[in-house]
Write a protein of this length. Structure first.
Length: 317
C-alpha cells in the first residue's frame, strides 16, 4: 500500500480533535501519516494533541495564517503519495480510504477522486443525512468532462471525502489564494482542467455539522465571497463558452439550494445578494419553483423563523 497522509488543519477544536485522531488510529494504526497543523489555537487544542505525540506529526503555527494558508502548508509538508483531509471535528468511520487509494493505484491517470460522505451531529454512526455522489466508479477525462460533470457535483465542497495524488496537489498548491475558505475547490478546478479525475463509491469520511457560525461549513454563508470565488474560477474558461455556461448554470442551482442558509447565517442583505448572483449566472433560475419559494421565504419571514426551518431540515436542535 502506498504512503497516505491524512492532513488535519485545525483551530480551536479542543472539544472534538480527540475523536478525530482516535478515529484514524483505530482504523489505520500507525500505517499512515497523521499531519496536524494547529493554526495558533487559543484554547487547549495543543494540550489534547500532546497526548498523541507518538502517533502524529504535529506543528503549531506561531500566528494564525488563515485557513487557506494552513491548508496549503499541510500539502507542502505531507509525505504520502496520496493526501486526504479531515476537519478537526470530523472522523473517519472505516478502512474504505484504502479501497479508494487502491482504485487510484489501478487508475494512475486519476489525480483526484471523490467518494461519498456521512453528515452527523454527535454520533457518526447515526448520520442525519448522507452525501451520495454516484453509484459506480467512474473516470472523468481532463477538461470539459471533469469540469462539467465532476467539479461542482463532487464532494469537493467538503474538507474531506476525497483523495488527491500528492504530486498533483503540490503542483497546483501555490495557485490557491490566501483569502479563500474553499482551497480544495481551487485545487480541484486546476487539476480537473489538466488531469483525469474520478468518483469511487466508498464512504470513509463523516463530517460533523452544527449551527454555529464559526464552523467552516457555515461561515461561507456569512457573505457571498465563496460565490465570488467560484465565479472567478469559472470566468477563466473564456475559451470554452459552452463549458463556462454549463458550470454557471450549475452554480446558480447550487446557490438556490443554499438560499435558506444564506438567509439564516448572513441575514437578508447577504440573502438578497445571493439571489441576485443566482439570477445573473442563469436567468432561467427565476422560473424554478424552489427559487421562488426560497426567495419568498427569505424576504417575508423573520430570520429566526428561517433559522428554525434550517435546523429542521438539518435535524439539529
Amino acid at each position: 500500500m502506498p504512503a497516505i497522509t491524512i492532513c488535519i488543519p485545525t483551530y480551536n477544536r479542543e472539544a472534538t480533535i480527540r475523536d478525530t485522531v482516535e478515529s484514524i488510529i483505530q482504523n489505520y494504526g500507525d500505517h499512515i501519516q497523521i499531519l496536524i497543523i494547529n493554526n495558533a489555537s487559543t484554547d487547549n487544542t495543543s494540550t489534547v494533541i500532546e497526548k498523541y505525540k507518538n502517533h502524529v506529526d504535529y506543528i503549531e503555527n506561531i500566528e494564525n495564517i488563515g485557513f487557506a494558508e494552513n491548508f496549503k502548508k499541510c500539502i507542502k509538508l505531507a509525505r504520502g503519495k496520496y493526501i486526504t483531509f479531515l476537519g478537526g471535528d470530523d472522523v473517519v468511520i472505516n478502512k474504505e480510504l484504502l479501497s479508494l487509494v487502491e482504485w487510484m493505484e489501478r487508475n494512475p491517470s486519476v489525480a483526484l477522486a471523490g467518494s461519498d460522505i456521512k453528515i452527523f451531529v454527535d454520533n457518526p454512526n447515526k448520520p442525519t443525512r448522507k452525501g451520495k455522489f454516484g453509484n459506480k466508479e467512474i473516470i472523468y477525462s481532463a477538461g470539459a468532462s471533469a469540469l462539467t460533470e465532476w467539479w461542482l457535483p463532487s464532494t469537493l465542497a467538503s474538507i474531506g471525502g476525497w483523495v488527491v495524488a500528492s504530486a498533483s496537489a503540490k503542483k497546483y498548491v501555490d495557485r490557491i489564494p490566501s483569502h479563500t475558505i474553499i482551497p480544495q475547490c481551487y485545487m480541484g478546478f486546476y487539476i480537473a482542467k489538466e488531469c483525469d479525475v474520478g468518483y469511487f463509491p466508498a464512504e470513509f469520511f463523516a463530517q460533523r455539522l452544527s449551527n454555529k457560525e464559526e464552523q467552516l461549513a457555515n461561515s461561507m454563508y456569512l457573505s457571498i465571497t465563496t460565490i465570488e470565488d467560484y465565479h472567478g474560477l469559472v470566468s477563466q474558461l473564456n475559451n470554452d463558452k459552452f463549458v463556462q455556461k454549463n458550470i454557471f448554470s450549475q452554480l446558480s442551482k447550487m446557490i438556490c439550494e443554499n438560499l435558506i442558509s444564506f438567509a439564516s447565517f448572513g441575514g437578508k442583505h447577504i440573502f438578497l445578494q445571493a439571489c441576485r448572483y443566482a439570477v445573473v449566472l442563469d436567468k432561467k433560475i427565476i422560473c424554478s419553483p424552489k427559487f421562488i419559494f426560497y426567495s419568498l421565504c427569505g424576504i417575508i419571514l423573520p430570520t429566526y423563523i428561517i433559522r428554525v426551518m434550517l435546523e429542521n431540515y438539518r435535524k439539529i436542535r
